[in-house]
Ligand binder design. Structure first.
Ligand code: NAD
Length: 254
């Protein structure tokens, strides 16, 4: 019988149960957020490091801010990009790839735009919030370029036509890419286990994905040092810990 809430279990019991959930899963999927990349040195949007200068991400990463002050918005992205280029996926990313090998399949739905799941070698990565690997013309959205460092020598970067280029990420207030959200919904509805790592579960509609799995009778295994609105839901096993250390622990003994 599924116990749901985890407070009464010791850490060892929790880990044993978490390993069993993962190793016995027949159709697992993963759902990751900014906390997945934190131990690579990439800031999350919330928590103690959530501000850049005096700005909140929610005020900068918007279509309005990009139109009004593209230079400021691009300064913010440029700083993040420099960091993305310097970091490597940590052990937690490699553990997801190893879990995929053992289980036969482990598609990753991510809210992150840093490309680290691709770099670690996960076979299927659904990028719900787009990517920072490419940029597009704001006047002619079909004109897309790889985001090379030279493009950012002068800010804001510009298309050959002279218009400002935008990052190919989903800005706050924009809809999610149709193909990505529809694949994420398929996975959420068909998986028997959703491994949820490093997301505060407050950015919607992305955060609705694990709830779909729960509503279909699937389980959720959540890895996060903090409790989230999802943690106390029936069917959720919350393991408190960081992604880099905890994900490899899930692979021990099977
Ligand atoms: P968030 O910033 O709202 O929350 C981060 C979560 O990670 C928190 O719940 C925190 O407790 C947890 N966390 C902190 N350290 C952790 C660790 N070591 N291991 C596991 N979890 C840890 O992030 P969110 O829910 O993903 O929402 C923010 C939005 O910002 C997303 O839409 C995402 O697109 C975007 N974002 C992306 C990146 C990136 O691409 N790396 C970085 C920041 C924000």
């Amino acid at each position: 019988m599924w116990e749901g809430w985890s407070l009464s279990m010791t850490d060892d019991e929790l880990l044993r149960r978490a390993r069993r959930l993962l190793s016995e899963s027949e159709s697992p999927a993963a759902f990751t957020g900014a906390g997945m990349s934190k131990e690579c040195g990439i800031r999350t949007f919330r928590g103690e490091e959530g501000f850049w200068r005096e700005y909140r991400a929610e005020d900068l990463a918007t279509p309005g801010a990009l139109r009004k002050n593209p230079r400021l918005v691009w300064e913010w992205y440029r700083e993040r990009l420099v960091r993305y280029g310097e970091v490597e996926p940590h052990e937690g990313y490699h553990a997801l790839v190893e879990a995929e090998r053992r289980l036969g399949s482990l598609p990753v739905i991510t809210q992150n735009v840093d490309g680290l799941h691709h770099r670690a070698g996960s076979s299927e990565v659904v990028e719900l919030h787009g990517t920072l690997r490419t940029v597009s013309c704001m006047e002619e959205p079909g004109r897309t370029y790889p985001l090379e460092p030279e493009l950012l020598e002068e800010l804001p970067p510009r298309c050959e036509c002279g218009a400002v280029l935008r990052p190919d990420v989903v800005l706050f207030g924009e809809p999610l890419p149709v193909e990505a959200i529809s694949r994420a919904i398929d996975l959420a509805d068909s998986c028997d286990l959703m491994l949820v790592v490093g997301t505060s579960m407050v950015v919607f509609p992305a955060a609705s994905i694990p709830y779909r799995t729960l509503s279909r009778g699937g389980h959720v295994l959540e890895i996060n040092p903090e409790a989230t609105p999802l943690s106390g839901e029936p069917g959720v096993l919350h393991v408190s810990g960081g992604a880099a250390e905890t994900l490899p622990l899930l692979l021990e003994g099977w």
